[in-house]
Design a protein around this ligand. Structure first.
Ligand code: HXC
Length: 516
């Protein structure tokens, strides 16, 4: 072909490739309040930094009229660009082309880009907006999904992987986001379910809308499949940009070290105001977090799910840390099945990516009850023990009030490897609360006394004084220091600096067997 004809063909094809599913499909996409795959990439990546990989891939399917539906790219854009100057890999499904459905070549592109991200040690972001397996292509999409699931799994713990669901994500398609580290959804446009409302109706007779079954709220609040919920696509991209600035590009790097304007010697007199005088009264641990960590740096993860434990990233003296904190506002901060899953997964993410962990402890124990026992609180609770024992990053703990029983072991014990355990003078560390303990060990004396209530309160005080105050734990070396509450930011920053070069090795093994 001569030069002019070659260039003409190139320009024509390039224009076709860039036009996605065409004007009509794009306007339908916009009418649903959704952006196109390319518009999303333009919003997410630094200006003109994105380069597309394999944009001229075409479907090889011919059956059921598919030979006439072929379009460049096969319904997904893949490539790499810069987000705030850092290299990131991405796939963005194009609903305007055959509903963003996943055919053989579409899957190959996604697989290729995940493997490239992995080989380059850079984060991978996937934007999902798809009708699922391309029905006309039979078994090939299933093979494609399998390849993607395996790539997500191989990349897990090596590069951060984030999914944004900006449209339908149904059937087997949901398992790729579930295999990534974080999933973001947007109200009104995201759906994630194994089977939609029609199948649910046919199988169980239940009537439910798309939004109620698998919308952003259902997945963030009820199932915990998704970690963040936003009102707009733009907000979800802003979160990604912010989140990436806390994370290393891969597991062999340290998280980015930022400058902080928040003084490292800032005292927090407000600490004591936040803690109620009555130790049984709740308070919002997020207020403490806001004061302790660098100003306005807290990113709460999984905010709507298992609110009895708060997890998230913040900066402390400019360094990224992962926080997990008991939240007395819900279930008196007891750890239940869902809180165990939430905390354990977060802890494992932080450990994978060299992010020091800090626990804020005020916990009366694992949650009691038949539904918890039968639901497997033993197995689920064990996940936190496993995750903490396994973690080799610096592990700090600050005991605020209660640290009882197995939950103490999970949240603040030297035995699981917390490197520095600090306690407020208000800390109470014991097998259980004074009341429960006294009523067991002094049962006979209390029952035989004429004034039971009086004897009981004397015994509670005796137990509390003898066992629960933090100086007892400190005398055994199980609390490393007891600190003035107003100095907790300063003390945590110093403790972090003290442990930041920590190296801890584990015996070599293929992999552990976390109780799932
Ligand atoms: C082929 C598909 C498709 C699919 C959508 N389209 N999904 N083509 N395979 N899975 C096509 C439509 O035919 C239509 O083509 C175009 O995409 C836009 O779809 P609409 O239905 O017009 O859009 P909308 O009304 O917004 O509805 C979107 C939808 C619906 C809710 C996603 O299309 C739908 O229910 N699709 C099927 C979903 C599904 O059952 N997928 C398989 C899941 S099973 P035209 O040419 O008319 O524009 C699965 C198993 C994987 O994924 C297992 C892996 C382990």
């Amino acid at each position: 072909m001569d030069k002019n004809r070659s260039l003409e063909l190139f320009r024509k094809n390039r224009e076709k490739m860039l036009s996605g599913g065409g004007k009509e499909k794009i306007s339908i996409q916009h009418s649903k309040g959704k952006r196109t795959a390319r518009e999303r990439i333009n919003l997410l990546f630094d200006y003109e930094s994105f380069i597309e990989h394999q944009p001229y891939v075409l479907s090889r399917a011919t059956e059921f009229g598919m030979d006439k539906k072929k379009q460049f790219g096969d319904g997904v854009i893949t490539g790499s660009g810069k987000i705030n100057g850092r290299q990131v890999f991405c796939s963005s499904q194009d609903f305007t082309i055959i509903g963003g459905s996943l055919g053989e070549m579409h899957a190959n592109r996604i697989h290729e880009i995940i493997m490239l991200a992995l080989k380059n040690g850079k984060p991978y972001i996937q934007i999902n907006d798809s009708g699922g397996a391309r029905i006309q292509e039979g078994i090939l999409p299933l093979d494609g999904y399998g390849k993607i699931f395996k790539a997500n799994t191989l990349a897990s713990g090596i590069i951060p992987q984030i999914s944004i669901i900006l449209g339908p994500c149904a059937g087997g398609a949901v398992y790729s986001p579930a295999l990534t580290d974080f999933t973001i959804m947007v109200d009104g446009i995201s759906n994630m379910f194994i089977t939609g409302p029609n199948v649910v109706k046919a199988v169980t007779g239940e009537t439910i809308s798309h939004e109620e079954l698998g919308g952003a709220k259902a997945n963030c609040n009820k199932s915990g499949n998704a970690h963040f919920r936003f009102e707009t696509e733009e907000d979800s991209f802003d979160l990604i940009k912010r989140l990436l600035s806390y994370l290393p590009s891969n597991n062999s790097e340290l998280p980015p070290l930022g400058e902080t304007l928040d003084p490292v010697d800032r005292k927090i007199p407000e600490c004591l105001d936040i803690l109620p005088d009555n130790p049984k009264k709740p308070y919002d641990v997020r207020k403490l977090i806001d004061y302790i960590f660098d100003e306005k740096t807290f990113i709460e993860v999984h905010a709507e799910y298992a609110p009895n434990i708060v997890v998230g990233f913040a900066k402390l003296g400019g360094r990224t840390v992962g926080i997990f904190a008991n939240q007395p506002l819900y279930f008196a901060a007891s750890i239940d099945i869902n809180a165990s899953d939430k905390a354990a997964r977060f802890i494992r993410f932080c450990d994978s990516f060299n992010i020091p962990l800090i626990s804020l402890v005020d916990v009366p124990g694992f949650l009691a009850g038949v539904s918890q026992e039968h639901g497997g609180i033993i197995r689920h609770g064990a996940k936190i023990l496993y995750a903490i024992s396994e973690a080799t990053v610096p592990k700090l703990s600050l005991i605020i009030r209660k640290a009882y029983g197995g939950a103490y072991v999970a949240m603040a014990s030297k035995s699981l490897g917390y490197d520095r355990v600090l306690a407020f003078p208000t800390a109470e560390i014991a097998v259980m609360g004074g009341e429960g303990a006294a009523s067991i060990i002094f049962k006979r004396e209390i029952e035989s006394a004429r004034n039971r209530e009086e004897v009981k309160s004397i015994k509670i005080k005796e137990y509390t004084d003898k066992v629960m105050n933090p100086f007892i734990a400190a005398s055994y070396g199980l609390v490393d220091d007891i600190i003035e509450p107003e100095n907790c930011r300063i003390e945590l920053i110093r403790s972090l600096e003290m442990n930041i070069n920590k190296v801890e090795h584990r015996p070599i093994k293929k992999h552990g067997n976390i109780p799932l």
